[in-house]
Design a protein around this ligand. Structure first.
Ligand SMILES: [Zn+2]
Length: 363
């Protein structure tokens, strides 16, 4: 792997960063890889496909090799008859959330670049994932978290030997403090919102799902939507599969936001009432890749809606009673599935997949 595979381009102005890694463009916009990795072969026979390397089985689509791995990926895809859908159990990961998809690729890039210390800001799950994969890599990590972070998530960060930096104030204040540290040269930004390596990792959700379905995509996928780490990753993954000719069509992508923290839903449908503080993982008022999220919704005939705290709480109960031991933020997606059907956005016979994104054990 040469450094050129990690060359970057600005998503807004087109400026390129070919030799030096940058965490964002001089114009302020997020960067993406200059050239996305793509397979040069036709879709392999799913019956003979070797998936023993987990998400790294899809190396054809990844910008980096598995320098830092804990055997992650190939999460189960199971029927959920009570929801008339399939669930992909994204809480079956080393740190109990889908964020490990991005942490394994991002820390692999960090290792390839010879990074000695990473920094990340997170409400908990991304911080735990980055801390854990940094530990695996032998790379130091400072994780900026809200002062109100859940004790279980803080413990996961601390026990991995990372340094948690608790910041009073809003989720935006946490990011601001972390960005100040990045700008002061205190570490390489392993951000689940900014770093394109993270999205290359979350794109593996789409590769696994299509493979598990014999190289076909469902009609629709409903995901939680904060910074769009999974939503955009899924979009990029399905787009890569379609461009490679491995699937025919990209599914409709439907986002689930928390009322009061729903900038995308508000832009599409007007301001929402209420405030949902139950879904602590997606309290993002100003997503870094807002334009890209709206473009993905537009390109897939998708949508985003906001869910109330009570809808999420009752959905979480329903999940737990059917054996899906997940965290509250995760429940916004199946709650949204219900709402999308009621609104007629999804037809009764639509084939829908919902990722369950985070474990109740850390919730
Ligand atoms: Zn730019």
């Amino acid at each position: 792997m040469t450094l050129s595979a990690l060359s970057l381009r600005c998503s807004a102005c087109g400026e390129t960063y070919e030799t030096d890694w940058a965490w964002r463009c001089d114009c302020g916009a997020p960067l993406d890889f200059l050239a996305d990795a793509r397979p040069s072969r036709d879709a392999p026979d799913p019956r003979g496909f070797d998936d023993r390397r987990g998400l790294w089985s899809f190396a054809d689509f990844l910008p980096v090799g598995p320098h830092v791995t804990l055997g992650e990926g190939m999460t189960p895809l199971v029927d959920a008859p009570d929801w008339d859908a399939s669930f992909k159990l994204e809480y079956v990961f080393p740190t109990g959330s889908f964020k490990d998809r991005g942490a394994t690729t991002t820390l692999s890039v960090a290792a390839e670049l010879g990074v000695e210390k990473v920094v990340e800001d997170s409400s908990g799950n991304a911080g735990a994932a980055v801390a854990t994969y940094a530990a695996r890599a032998g790379i130091d990590a400072d994780i900026y978290v809200p002062a109100s972070v859940k004790a279980s998530k803080l413990r996961a960060i601390e026990r991995a030997g990372a340094t948690p930096v608790r910041v009073e104030g809003s989720r935006e204040d946490v990011t601001d403090a972390c960005v100040d540290a990045v700008e002061a040269g205190e570490g390489w930004y392993a951000s689940h919102a900014w770093n394109p390596a993270f999205f290359a990792g979350t794109a593996t959700f789409a590769y696994e799902l299509a493979y598990q379905r014999g190289w076909s995509a469902p009609d629709a996928v409903v995901t939680p939507l904060g910074h769009g780490t999974l939503f955009l990753g899924a979009y990029r993954g399905f787009r890569a599969l379609r461009d490679a000719g491995w699937i025919d069509e990209i599914p409709t992508l439907l986002g689930a936001q928390a009322a009061g923290y729903a900038p995308i839903a508000d832009e599409l449908h007007g301001q929402n009432e209420g405030r949902n503080d139950v879904a602590d993982g997606i309290q993002i008022r100003d997503p870094t890749r807002r334009g890209q999220i709206l473009a993905a919704i537009d390109a897939t005939d998708g949508d985003a809606i906001a869910l109330s705290a009570s809808a999420v709480e009752s959905e979480l109960d329903a999940l737990h009673r059917k054996g899906f031991y997940t965290e509250p933020t995760c429940a916004v997606a199946p709650a949204a599935l219900r709402e999308y059907r009621e609104r007629g956005v999804l037809a009764p016979d639509d084939d829908v997949v919902v990722p369950l994104t985070g474990s109740g054990l850390k919730g």
